[in-house]
Design a protein around this ligand. Structure first.
Ligand code: GLN
Length: 232
């Protein structure tokens, strides 16, 4: 399983979210603390964010391990955003390893990461998918249905493939949405904003675990949790 992280709040540097924390995505790329599937996340990384001025969506993705990317480490302190979706990847067996198979995926309005696995045969083929990786095809379906229907789409795909793990994290500049379906997610409310992360990036006592099979909706500093329908 991959690890992902989202930020919604005041503009902060990308490095303060991804590289600097004692157990942030950089460290999670080789030493995740809560990962149930896979030992490390060496098959690529991606950071997507919305510009502070103008709100343009930008992405930087790579098929190489995050821990060794000295160019990103040099530039990340200068990149600032109030809405970020980032991920490190542990590719599912049989999936392509290439930048376009690495989250976050995008439809131009949303950034989306998938932590998990889904049988591609239960997903409709989509010419809009960025890659043949299961996560890109799932992202294309979620974009097509619309993020307002994220909960319904996850429940529907989860019932078509009972073995699927469908942990989604998405952001559009003013809202973060996430689902838990088979893996961990934690929330940290900070004075300047809200962090959602597959696992806490440090040992701050305010991290709270999200129960499995929930939808998390963050906007305007508010965090709401809703159980997903059809959950057992
Ligand atoms: N199935 C996706 C991939 O191959 C995600 C894998 C994961 O969550 N580790 O990239």
């Amino acid at each position: 399983m991959c690890r992902h992280l989202g930020w919604l709040g005041e503009p902060v540097s990308i490095s303060s979210l991804v590289l600097d924390p004692s157990s942030g995505l950089r460290v999670q790329s080789y030493a995740p603390r809560r990962q149930k599937h896979g030992l490390l996340n060496a098959d690529g990384w991606g950071v997507g964010f919305f510009d502070v001025d103008g709100g343009d969506l930008r992405r930087w993705r790579s098929a190489a391990p995050l821990w060794g990317d000295v160019s990103f480490a040099s530039v990340a302190p200068a990149l600032r955003s109030g809405c970020v979706v980032a991920a490190v990847r542990s590719a599912t067996v049989g999936m392509p390893i290439e930048a376009s198979a690495t989250a976050p995926f995008s439809d131009g309005a949303w950034l989306l990461s998938h932590n998990g696995v889904v049988d591609r045969r239960v997903l409709p083929a989509s010419p809009a998918a960025e890659s043949t990786v299961d996560s890109a095809i799932l992202a294309a379906l979620i974009f097509e249905r619309g993020l307002d229907h994220l909960a319904d789409t996850v429940v529907e795909v989860g019932s078509a493939d009972p073995g699927a793990r469908l942990n989604i994290l998405a952001g559009n500049g003013s809202r973060l949405l996430a689902t838990t379906w088979g893996d961990t997610l934690s929330v940290l409310r900070r004075d300047e904003g809200v962090v959602l992360a597959s696992e806490p990036y440090d040992d701050h006592p305010d991290w709270q675990d999200v129960p499995d099979r929930h939808l998390v909706d963050v906007s305007a500093g508010r965090v709401s949790l809703t159980p997903l329908k059809g959950s057992s």
